[in-house]
Design a binder for this molecule. Structure first.
Ligand SMILES: Nc1ncnc2c1ncn2[C@@H]1O[C@H](COP(=O)(O)OP(=O)(O)OP(=O)(O)O)[C@@H](O)[C@H]1O
Ligand SMILES: [Mg+2]
Length: 367
């Protein structure tokens, strides 16, 4: 399901851009501030209805106008048309084949995207939130009934927390919510566990992940200790929960523990090594998606070769090209980006040069 046509109007410095991306590799190069990340931001918004850089619409819309519009065509034989419009007032409208779409989950089905950028580092160094999102992304795509359970869990937690914040509530009054929470938590744990296992297999299939560094190990943590009964834990934590006004243990605290030679990966890996590991995690995500849906994700890779040596960039290029997915990759220099790919793959590539918000297609190798 590649993106075969893209029209961007008034997203940051991209006043009007039209391009026909290649179904496989798209190399996007240009000077700092030329608009490369903005182009990826446009694709990401066609996928999710929102930006990966800003939660507010205002900074994304070109200074001179009051709305941005995006249009994309997805697919080679059967084409899906996606339109996204955002106004300065913060309104978003999304249309798929002329039909208004209200849920981001429905939109993402048409153009599933995975982004690899400077923020992706936080998968290793940041709080558990991003790793939990990875767990849920996997479960969402691998386990069809996950989303419904997940939504019920969010609702149940919200209700329980609002009761806790009101205070002066006793254990028996919380009981019905606790019972629901226990059932939903067991289901979420099961979904996450089941989808995590093919993810580990995919990751292990990526050879030479950290040559000469050591064994990397990923462990799924469900949010409450192994062997402990969640119902009993809720009861034991009640006083603390009341004091702090929220539920302290449960699946909303799940995490993936990433270690290298038994140490926290964030504490021992160099930045370049972290980048390779993060790239591997995201590549493995796409592999699992492909195995379970028969479809491909589109990869948005922003400025990745920076900090990677030649061997590591080639390794990443090999992984990405091995997926047969569509890839958009940006960088300041064309040469470094082209050099990442196996030579046999270069016939499946298009090169775009971005200059002051204008994008032009170039012949491969002509800089
Ligand atoms: N709302 C806006 N309206 C107009 N221009 C904007 C707006 N927001 C940001 N810009 C400008 O758009 C340009 C594009 O930024 P972008 O981040 O896409 O550049 P880039 O090519 O990725 O650069 P780098 O190589 O530094 O990452 C920048 O010059 C930025 O100052
Ligand atoms: Mg950029």
């Amino acid at each position: 399901m590649p993106l075969t046509r893209l029209i961007v109007d008034n997203l940051r410095n991209l006043k009007h851009v039209e391009l026909k991306p290649h179904p496989r590799l798209n190399v996007i190069y240009g000077a700092n501030g030329s608009g490369k990340t903005s182009l990826l931001e446009a694709v990401n918004m066609l996928s999710l209805g929102r930006s990966f850089r800003s939660h507010r619409s205002k900074p994304i819309i070109n200074y001179d106008t009051d709305r941005l519009t995006l249009y994309g065509e997805v697919g080679l034989e059967r084409v899906t048309r996606i339109g996204v419009e955002k106004t300065r007032q913060g309104d978003t409208s999304i249309r798929v084949d002329g039909r208004n779409i209200l849920s981001a989950a429905e939109l993402a089905e048409h153009l599933p995207v995975l982004a690899l950028n400077a923020d992706s580092f936080e998968l290793i160094t940041g709080s558990p939130k991003l790793r939990r999102q990875l767990l849920d992304w996997l479960a969402f795509h691998v386990e069809p009934s996950f989303y419904g359970v997940w939504r019920n869990l969010q609702h149940c937690l919200k209700q329980r927390n609002s009761l806790l914040r009101r205070g002066r509530i006793s254990g028996p009054e919380l009981r019905p919510w606790d019972q629901q929470l226990v059932t939903l938590s067991a289901a979420i744990d099961e979904h996450r566990r089941r989808s995590f296992s093919p993810f580990l297999d995919a990751l292990n299939s990526l050879e030479d992940l950290l040559p000469g560094v050591g064994e990397i190990n990923l462990e799924y943590r469900r949010g409450w200790k192994r062997g402990e009964d969640y119902q009993e834990l809720l009861e034991a934590h009640l006083e603390q929960d009341l004091l702090r006004g929220f539920t302290q243990v449960g699946p909303h605290r799940a995490d993936i523990k990433i270690t290298v030679n038994g140490e926290n990966a964030a504490d021992v890996l160099s930045r370049g090594q972290q980048k390779v590991v993060v790239a591997a995690l995201v590549v493995a995500q796409g592999m699992v998606f492909n195995q379970h849906t028969g479809k491909q994700v589109l990869y948005l890779v922003d400025d990745l070769p920076a900090e990677l040596d030649q061997d590591r960039s080639r390794q990443l290029g090999g992984w990405l090209s091995g997926l047969n997915a569509q890839v958009f990759i940006t960088g300041v220099e064309q040469g470094a980006l082209i050099g990442m790919w196996p030579e046999t793959e270069l016939q499946n590539a298009a090169v775009f040069h971005v200059e002051h918000g204008k994008v032009s297609q170039e012949t491969l190798g002509a800089e």
